[in-house]
Ligand binder design. Structure first.
Ligand SMILES: Nc1ncnc2c1ncn2[C@@H]1O[C@H](COP(=O)(O)OP(=O)(O)OP(=O)(O)O)[C@@H](O)[C@H]1O
Ligand SMILES: [Mg+2]
Ligand SMILES: [Zn+2]
Length: 455
C-alpha cells in the first residue's frame, strides 16, 4: 500500500507547498499554511500519454446555439449582477465576511426565484432549519415554496438534489459541507475544493443552478472562497462596512455576463431592500460643500455612481506621518501624493493624511485619481470646490490628466442629481454634457494653480 504523502496548502489562495512555512509564497499571507492529505495519494505510475482514453467528439465554433435561457428573480439589483438572471447548469460562488448578510440575501433570492415558479432547495450547513425558518418569518417569506434542509454531508446533499432535480440549489456554506471521499476536516482546502468540484459537476450534469456561499476568513484555519474561484462560473462578493447599512453585491468573475457589475442593497430589520438609485444614497448625508470633500462621478459596472471622497490633513506628531485609507487603494494614494509633490511642488511632508470614501463603498477606478487629488488639495488649502461640482479623471505619473471612458454617462448622472459643473481631463469625449458646465484641465499643475490658487 502506498502511504499517502501529506502536503501543505494555503487557506488563502490554495497554493500547494511541499513543507510548512510561516508565509505563503503564493499570496504572501501569514500563518495560512495547513497540512492536508492530497486527493489522490501520489501520481499514477502509468503515463497519460500512452493510456488509451475515449476519443472525443470534436465540433466547430459556428454551431447554432441559442443563448442560455435565464431566470430573473425580479430583484433588479440581483439580476443585473448575475448578468441578466440566473443561468441553468451554472455554479456561482457568493463570498462575504461573516455576518455581512449572505444567508439573508440568498434566502430572499431563493424566495424570489421560487415565486417565479422555479424549484428551489436551500441547504444550510450552519444553521438548524428552525433558525432559517425564523429568519424567513422575519423577512416575511414564511409562505414561500422554497424547500429547506439542514445538512453537512455532501453525499446526502447530492443524493437529495439528484432525486429532486431543482432549478436552483443554494448551499450555505461550502466550508461546512463535508465530502467523505476526502480525509481532512470540513473547511480545509482539500475539502472545500472537493465539495465545490462535486457540486459544480452536479450543476453541469443535471442543469441545476448551484449557488455556493463562502465565508471570507481572516485566519488561516478555514479555506477562503478564493480557493474555489477558478472552479465556478460566477464569483460574487457581498461587501459592506460594519456600522453602515449599505451592502454591495459585486461580480468579480462572470462567464455569462460582464464582471464588475454591482447591486446595491440596504440592510433593514425586514431584510435587504434594493437601492434603485445608489448615487442618491451615497450622497445622502452631504449638505454644503466642505473643504476636503469632493464628489467623484464614477462608473461601477454598467452604471454611473456618484460618491463622496473625503480627505483630512493634519500636522503630524510622528516621524513617519500617517497615511490611512478607507475605501480606496493605499498604494494609489501614495502615488497621488508623490505626483502632487514631484509635479506641482505641493508637499504633504509632516502631515497626516486620511482618505475616506463615504458610505462604506470601495472605489477601484483610476478615474477617481483627480477626485482624490482635489480632496487632498482642498483639505490642505482649506478651500472647498465650488458648490455643485463633480470631479473625475485619471492621473499619469507625469502629472498630466488622462481622459477616462463614459464621460457622458458620468455627466448625465451628475446633472440628474442636481450638480451643475464638472472638473474633468482635457480630451474627454463629453458629447452631450446634460447642461453641465465643463472645466477641462490638461494637468495637475493647472488644477493646483487655477482651481485652488495655490502653488
Ligand atoms: N432581528 C434583526 N433585525 C435586524 N437585522 C437583523 C436581525 N437579525 C439579523 N439582522 C441582520 O442580519 C445580519 C446577519 O445576516 P446573515 O445571517 O444573513 O449573515 P451571514 O453573512 O449569513 O452571516 P454568517 O457568517 O453568520 O453566515 C446581521 O449582521 C444583522 O445586520
Ligand atoms: Mg449565514
Ligand atoms: Zn497563499
Amino acid at each position: 500500500m502506498v502511504k499517502p504523502v501529506t502536503q501543505f496548502a494555503c487557506a488563502e489562495c490554495g497554493a500547494i507547498h511541499k513543507k510548512w512555512t510561516g508565509r505563503c509564497d503564493g499570496c504572501g499571507a501569514w500563518n495560512s499554511i495547513q497540512e492536508e492529505v492530497p486527493l489522490s495519494s501520489g501520481p499514477s505510475k502509468k503515463s497519460l500519454g500512452t493510456a488509451k482514453g475515449r476519443r472525443m467528439a470534436l465540433t466547430s465554433l459556428d454551431a447554432q446555439e441559442a443563448p442560455p435561457p435565464r431566470t430573473e428573480s425580479g430583484i433588479a439589483e440581483l439580476d443585473r449582477v448575475f448578468g441578466g438572471g440566473l443561468v441553468p447548469a451554472s455554479a456561482t460562488l457568493v463570498g462575504g465576511d461573516p455576518g455581512i448578510g449572505k444567508s439573508t440575501l440568498l434566502l430572499q433570492a431563493a424566495a424570489a426565484f421560487a415565486a417565479k415558479d422555479a424549484k428551489v432547495i436551500y441547504v444550510s450547513g450552519e444553521e438548524a432549519t428552525a433558525q432559517v425558518r425564523m429568519r424567513a418569518q422575519r423577512l416575511g417569506l414564511a409562505g414561500s415554496a422554497v424547500k429547506l434542509a439542514a445538512e453537512t454531508n455532501l453525499r446526502d446533499v447530492l443524493t437529495t438534489l439528484e432525486a429532486e432535480k431543482p432549478d436552483l440549489a443554494i448551499i450555505d456554506s461550502v466550508q461546512t459541507m463535508w465530502a467523505d471521499t476526502v480525509d481532512s476536516a470540513p473547511g480545509s482546502v482539500s475539502q472545500v475544493r472537493a465539495v465545490a468540484h462535486e457540486l459544480t459537476s452536479f450543476a453541469k450534469r443535471f442543469g441545476t443552478a448551484i449557488v455556493l456561499v463562502g465565508h471570507v476568513t481572516k485566519e488561516g484555519q478555514i479555506a477562503g472562497p478564493r480557493v474555489v474561484e477558478h472552479m465556478v462560473d460566477t464569483v460574487l462578493y457581498f461587501e459592506g462596512e460594519r456600522g453602515h447599512q449599505f451592502r454591495i453585491l459585486r461580480s468579480v468573475k462572470n462567464r455569462f455576463g460582464p464582471a464588475d457589475e454591482i447591486g446595491v442593497f440596504e440592510m433593514t430589520g425586514a431584510g435587504l431592500q434594493e437601492v434603485a438609485n445608489p448615487s442618491e444614497m451615497f450622497l445622502g448625508e452631504r449638505d454644503r460643500p466642505a473643504p476636503g470633500s469632493v464628489v467623484f462621478a464614477g462608473i461601477e459596472g454598467t452604471r454611473p455612481l456618484l460618491v463622496e471622497i473625503q480627505a483630512l490633513v493634519a500636522p503630524s506628531q510622528l516621524s513617519q506621518p500617517r497615511r490611512a485609507v478607507v475605501g480606496w487603494d493605499g498604494g494609489r494614494l501614495a502615488m497621488i501624493l508623490a505626483v502632487l509633490e514631484a509635479r506641482t511642488g505641493v508637499t504633504f511632508a509632516g502631515l497626516d493624511v486620511y482618505l475616506n470614501v463615504a458610505g462604506g463603498i470601495r472605489v477601484g477606478e483610476p478615474a477617481a485619481d483627480l477626485a482624490v487629488a482635489c480632496a487632498l488639495l482642498s483639505a490642505r488649502e482649506d478651500a472647498a470646490l465650488p458648490e455643485g461640482t463633480v470631479v473625475f479623471g485619471e492621473l499619469s505619473l507625469s502629472g498630466r490628466m488622462r481622459p477616462v471612458s463614459q464621460a457622458e454617462t458620468r455627466l448625465k448622472e451628475a446633472a440628474k442629481l442636481g450638480f451643475t459643473a464638472a472638473l474633468a481631463p482635457e480630451g474627454c469625449k463629453t458629447g452631450d454634457a446634460g447642461g453641465m458646465t465643463l472645466r477641462l484641465v490638461p494637468d495637475l499643475t493647472t488644477v493646483v494653480g487655477e482651481v485652488f490658487g495655490a502653488a
